[in-house]
Design a protein around this ligand. Structure first.
Ligand SMILES: *Cc1c(COP(=O)(O)O)cnc(C)c1O
Length: 366
């Protein structure tokens, strides 16, 4: 794949790796079906190309957060089912219907609103219901679930319950006792409601085992190569790499400082490489003097603060570095989880924080 010489930074997205991560989810969760969670531009990688790739790999169900994401996704996957996690509001009923989006109903009020729209149209609508089993974020709390169960005949009239779902709070930690507690609550909820397909596991939940899979799993981060269980070996293939080119090389004498705040002071005569990526591109400022880049597979430390457009590396111990060479901040050498850890954050925030000015390059073939 050619890169225009004017282009100094890029996010390389490996579509075949995303397809292979999708197939891995299928093997791990089967016979459950596997949806694709493509909210937030598929975690920054680009929603439409990612969704097309997943669709070609057999994915026919997608989750987005915002209704606008669903509207943008619809033409890319005309036949697929698209769930909107935000649910429905009076102002969004018409757009949900126009774009054939299925709201994930998060409260009795939302259920009533969707039902009223179905009645007014003298028809019935597909609906997903989210029950809260411990996230305390979205979804019906226990008391609302009890009322829904007791009055299911009336409250779910005119609705086809196509999914009952819940979400794990501690799926990233296989030892968390919260996982088993939520699983028990979810099973109780399913037993209370009319029979419907069930969905519980995100990527971390898939790795907890088949008991968590139910009928449909909802991976996001694993499709994009993120490791859902920190500390364990990552079963997913690298699907994204962030690289920037070296703009300038220089030497500074022992005792000279580097960057804003002069926080790096050379302890020896030092060779520096200045790279065309900064915090506006998603290189978190928190990795200043902490993180690493990699040049041709060799790790080099960040020297000084990350600035808006530039990051400086200490390349004293790596001979032969040239202007124009690519530096990887995550990818094959530096794991996404390493830059996240250096920044004191999660792999999710690194991916979704990559700046919009970084061009995305899509690798189509393995
Ligand atoms: C974001 C999200 C997912 C995907 O989670 P990952 O940890 O990225 O696999 C699944 N379900 C819900 C409700 C979500 O909000």
């Amino acid at each position: 794949m050619s890169v225009s010489t004017s282009e100094l930074a890029r996010l390389t997205v490996r579509l075949p790796a995303i397809a292979s991560n999708y197939r891995l989810c299928r093997r791990l969760a089967g016979p459950a079906a596997v949806a694709g969670v493509v909210k937030a531009e598929a975690y920054g990688l680009g929603m439409v190309p990612v969704a097309r790739t997943l669709s070609e790999a057999g994915c026919d169900t997608f989750f987005v957060a915002r209704i606008d994401e669903g509207i943008a996704l619809r033409p890319a996957v005309p036949e697929a089912r698209i769930f909107v996690l935000d649910g429905v509001r009076a102002e969004t009923v018409a757009a949900l219907l126009a774009h054939r989006l299925t709201p994930v109903l998060n409260s009795l009020d939302e259920i009533a609103l969707w039902q009223r729209a179905a009645k007014e149209g003298r028809t019935s609508f597909d609906a997903a219901v989210h029950v809260d089993t411990g996230m305390s974020r979205l979804g019906l709390p226990g008391a609302e679930l009890s009322r829904l169960a007791a009055e299911a005949n009336t409250r779910l009239a005119h609705l086809r319950l196509v999914l009952v779902m819940s979400h794990l709070a501690c799926a990233d930690d296989p030892d968390a006792r919260m996982n088993g507690r939520q699983l028990a609550r979810f099973r109780e909820a399913l037993a209370m409601l009319p029979p419907a397909p069930a969905s519980f596991a995100s990527t971390g939940g898939i790795l907890l085992g088949k008991a968590y899979a139910f009928d449909l799993v909802r991976p996001g981060i694993g499709l994009y190569g993120g490791n859902p269980h920190a500390g364990a070996k990552n079963p997913f293939a690298v699907a994204a790499a962030l690289t920037g080119r070296i703009l300038q090389l220089r030497r500074v004498d022992k005792g000279e400082s580097v960057g804003y705040g002069a926080t790096f002071v050379a302890a020896r005569d030092t060779a520096l490489a200045t790279v065309a990526l900064g915090y506006a591109d998603g290189i978190m400022r928190a990795i200043g003097n902490r993180g690493e880049g990699a040049i041709a597979g060799h790790r080099v430390p960040v020297a000084g603060r990350v600035s808006m457009d530039l990051t400086t590396l200490d390349v004293t111990d790596l001979p032969g570095v040239r202007v124009g060479q690519e530096v990887e901040f995550f990818g094959d050498t530096v794991a996404l989880e390493e830059i996240a850890s250096a920044a004191g954050t999660a792999n999710y925030e690194i991916l979704t924080g990559i700046g919009s000015r970084v061009p995305r390059h899509y690798v189509e073939a393995a």
